[in-house]
Design a protein around this ligand. Structure first.
Ligand code: PMV
Length: 336
């Protein structure tokens, strides 16, 4: 029997934004992606989670932002960790999100990355290879069982384990880092447009697109070229090339969503207003590019020196604008 630690382990993970999007699964049960993706992990907003395996507990306890919660995906992840550690101990989980409340900005990626790594470490399982502790090299070769559990929680969550640019492979869910050739000081400026829950979860939306969108097959077939072009642009630090393929990927995904039955229209009028602002900035010579997820918000990628100008331009058409910088991935956090 593997010995499971009593003391808690705390991990912080930032959200990640896909530059080349993931939409669609080859296997819904295992949550395996039909297309690859490449993303940028941010330092904030994100999630800090403490996990303690406690022999005195009869059942798992999960507290999110100070409120006791029930989420079958959390219990499933903890069951997977217990199985890997040959343990029956229940866990107490405390999670705090720094994602603005009710913003409709997905926190499930940072949430499952932080939960997965904290639980894995709290059960004293090796994160990768021999050795212990948070020895996460930039190309950390995570234990595939950990990746599998995190991905089952949320398809985009493994990307938040890695800092900087992370690539997830179609079919297998394998994770790797994409390294620019030298320092690259970028910002993602997040324009929060309208509040409220999204009309369709990405999980349901993906299944619907696969079943009904006439553009789904074209989306999947044309995807690998975008992924390779984006990774190549990242390595060369070519913001124009990266921005162009990033916008193409998001618009193609939304075309596939719009052609779904019933239509998945995540955009609000403020989404279009924000896109107009970005077009205008670009006409003024600023290299800034937009991406949107399964929601109405607009995320703009630009060089750090242009971030204030982009924030000022987006502010009149957004409820709130966050200037976010690249982050280190899932790392030890201050205990909750
Ligand atoms: O992680 P999920 O299942 O919420 O899927 C995320 C899907 C998109 O945000 C629309 C795209 C992506 O690659 O993050």
């Amino acid at each position: 029997m593997h010995k499971v630690a009593h003391s808690g382990v705390t991990v912080h993970a930032g959200i990640n934004i896909a530059l080349v999007k993931y939409w669609g699964k080859v296997d819904s049960k295992q949550n395996l992606p039909a297309v690859g993706s490449v993303s940028l992990t941010l330092s904030e907003p994100g999630t800090t989670t403490t996990v303690r395996f406690d022999p005195a507990l009869d059942e798992d306890v999960f507290e999110l932002d100070g409120v006791t919660s029930v989420d079958p995906r959390v219990s499933a992840l903890l069951d997977g960790v217990r199985q890997a550690a040959s343990s029956t101990r229940r866990a107490s989980v405390q999670s705090v999100n720094t994602v603005p409340t009710a913003a409709g900005l997905a926190s499930s990626a940072s949430g499952f990355a932080a939960l997965g790594l904290a639980a894995w470490r709290a059960a004293q399982l090796p994160v990768h290879g021999p050795g212990s502790g948070f020895d996460l090299s930039p190309n950390a070769n995570f234990d595939p069982r950990l990746l599998d559990l995190v991905r089952r929680g949320s398809g985009s969550a493994p990307r938040s384990l890695l800092g900087g640019f992370a690539r997830l492979e179609a079919g297998t869910g394998a994770l790797s880092a994409v390294r620019p050739d030298g320092e690259w000081d970028l910002r993602l400026v997040i324009g929060l447009t309208v509040a409220g829950p999204k009309p369709w979860s990405s999980r349901d939306g993906m299944d619907l697109s696969k079943e009904t969108s006439p553009y789904y097959d074209a989306w999947v077939a044309s995807h690998p070229a975008d992924l390779d072009a984006a990774c190549d642009a990242i390595r060369r630090r070519d913001l124009r090339a990266l921005g162009e393929v990033m916008e193409h990927s998001t618009l193609k995904m939304h075309a596939c969503m719009l052609a779904t039955r019933p239509p998945l229209r995540y955009w609000a009028s403020a989404t279009l207003a924000a896109l107009d602002v970005i077009d205008t900035l670009r006409r003024d010579g600023i290299l800034v590019y937009a991406t949107m997820d399964a929601g109405p918000h607009v995320k703009a990628l630009c060089a750090a020196v242009d971030a204030d100008r982009v924030r000022e331009a987006l502010s009149p058409v957004c409820r709130q604008v966050l200037v976010c910088q690249p982050g280190p991935g899932a790392v030890p956090g201050a205990s909750l």
